[in-house]
Design a protein around this ligand. Structure first.
Ligand SMILES: [Zn+2]
Length: 477
């Protein structure tokens, strides 16, 4: 009876400890992968068996609402900060900051000025402050010094480095003696080819197949390194792509004297900085210029875009209808595919799939916001999220029941820069998790102590018998 009780208490301790251990979010590892410009419906355009393998054994979100403008740098910074562009400060691929009196240009790789990035805190900084390590393979911004810091491990951006070499680095970092808990992996396609071919081109089909093969390679490498069931793999992208045409070009020079303004960003959201004293003249010239161009004074920009309260957003923006292209004139570069349009358009939407111990299996969700990824990442990495525009609540149903049990929330408010309104934000806080762990531990300890006391009491007569039994041979000797 007593040995049964002792055995049961040991089993209980073992089970409780293993549940506690498996629930610890800080034991989760995450690999976030972005295939630039992978539109949500490319999954169905050609056979994509590796993407569908992840959907079958993991989770898939059908509609991901990304942020305006639907460009690469703004959306990649959102994925790792949970903030809208007006709050994280990377409002476009081409920017001018009138306070810093500095320009930022992706075309000229003039993106290494920390001051453009310092308005937000990328997840690797928060992760590293919590004592973890991060590895970033070409993730946009990961080789820029932000808040005087870099990821623990990173590859300086070089587009000629192959996908295989980037994967090798990620595997190396996840298998170090002190492994990273967060990996970030970026690949330039299908964006590059989407721009050049146009997404409607049949030549996009082998491009999408090639991305699927690359994902297959990544899965194989994770399996070979015995990481496949250990790492939570999240596959996403920044935006989609829409077909453009030389029949749908809006030439600004036809409506506006080029000496009246500076064109900071071009298409499909023209960021216009009028010369001093020329604001009304520029606005009046453009506002009714073209039926497929909508012109906003900065203060009139629709709230739903969250694209107003930042000095890098220019006094006038002119937004092209989907598939329309803004040029100064036809001597400017034109691409057959483009993105950057209203984030309400389905063709601007990216993908979201995930697989791993934290995620449910064969689960499809209808919709999420790209800002929701950030609190999800923070929850998995067990780090406290700074204020952000996402919601863990929106995406908690992606998590397996064990991981979900560790989710708790506190509500708070914060005031964002340049914003008179206070906004709610939500953070995954580990309070309930620690409370649960503490209570569980107390119950186990109390149960264990009672069991030991019971055991000692029940063993007292046996002890005296045993002592005399032991004493007997000694005496005889
Ligand atoms: Zn992109």
């Amino acid at each position: 009876m007593t040995s049964k009780l002792l055995w049961m208490s040991f089993v209980l301790v073992a089970i409780t400890s293993s549940i506690t251990f498996s629930l610890q979010p800080d034991r989760q590892k995450v690999l976030l992968v972005s295939f630039d410009g992978f539109r949500w419906d490319y999954l169905y355009r050609v056979p994509t068996p590796h993407f569908h393998y992840i959907m079958k054994y993991g989770v898939h979100v059908k509609q991901v609402n990304n942020i305006f403008i639907t460009k690469t740098y703004p959306n990649h910074y959102t994925l790792i900060t949970g903030l809208f562009a007006e709050s994280h400060g990377i409002v476009a691929n081409e920017m001018f900051d009138p306070i810093l009196n500095k320009s930022f240009s992706l075309d000229h790789m003039n993106v290494y000025d920390s001051e453009f990035w310092d308005e937000a805190m990328p997840i690797w900084i928060t992760n590293q402050k919590a004592g973890h390590t991060t590895g970033a393979a070409m993730w946009p911004g990961a080789d820029v010094q932000i808040h005087k810091s870099f990821p623990s491990y990173y590859m300086p951006y070089n587009e000629s480095i192959s996908f295989e070499d980037r994967v090798a680095k990620i595997i190396e970092w996840f298998t170090l003696k002190e492994p990273i808990n967060l990996g970030l992996l970026y690949w330039e396609d299908p964006d590059d080819m989407g721009h050049h071919l146009g997404p409607d081109s049949p030549l996009m089909e082998p491009v999408i197949s090639d991305i699927d093969s690359k994902l297959g390679y990544l899965i194989d490498m994770l399996k070979k390194a015995k990481l496949w069931n250990v790492v939570n793999l999240i596959i996403t992208s920044d935006h989609g792509m829409t077909q453009c045409s030389e029949d749908r070009i809006i030439e600004l020079d036809l409506y506006l004297d080029k000496d009246l303004y500076t064109l900071i960003d071009q298409s499909p959201v023209a960021a216009i900085l009028p010369r001093e004293g020329k604001f009304e003249e520029v606005y009046e010239a453009l506002v009714h210029a073209h039926p497929n161009l909508t012109v906003y004074k900065k203060e009139e920009i629709p709230e739903r875009w969250h694209y107003k309260y930042n000095s890098r957003i220019q006094p006038i923006i002119a937004v092209a209808d989907e598939g329309w292209y803004i040029l100064r004139n036809k001597s400017d570069d034109f691409l057959l595919g483009n993105h950057g349009y209203d984030n309400a358009f389905a063709e601007m939407h990216p993908i979201f799939l995930a697989h791993g111990p934290a995620f449910r299996k064969n689960f499809t969700k209808e919709v999420m916001n790209s800002t929701d990824l950030y609190p999800l990442l923070c929850h998995l990495l067990n780090i406290t999220a700074p204020p952000h525009n996402g919601s863990l609540r929106n995406v908690q149903d992606l998590l397996s029941s064990a991981t979900l049990r560790a989710v708790s929330y506190t509500q708070s408010t914060t005031v964002f820069r340049d914003t008179s309104k206070s906004r709610e934000y939500e953070q995954g806080q580990p309070y309930a998790y620690f409370l649960g762990i503490s209570l569980g531990s107390i119950i186990v300890i109390v149960f264990f102590v009672i069991s030991i006391k019971h055991l000692i009491r029940s063993q007292i007569p046996a002890f005296s018998d045993m002592q005399s039994e032991i004493a007997q041979p000694l005496l005889q000797a």
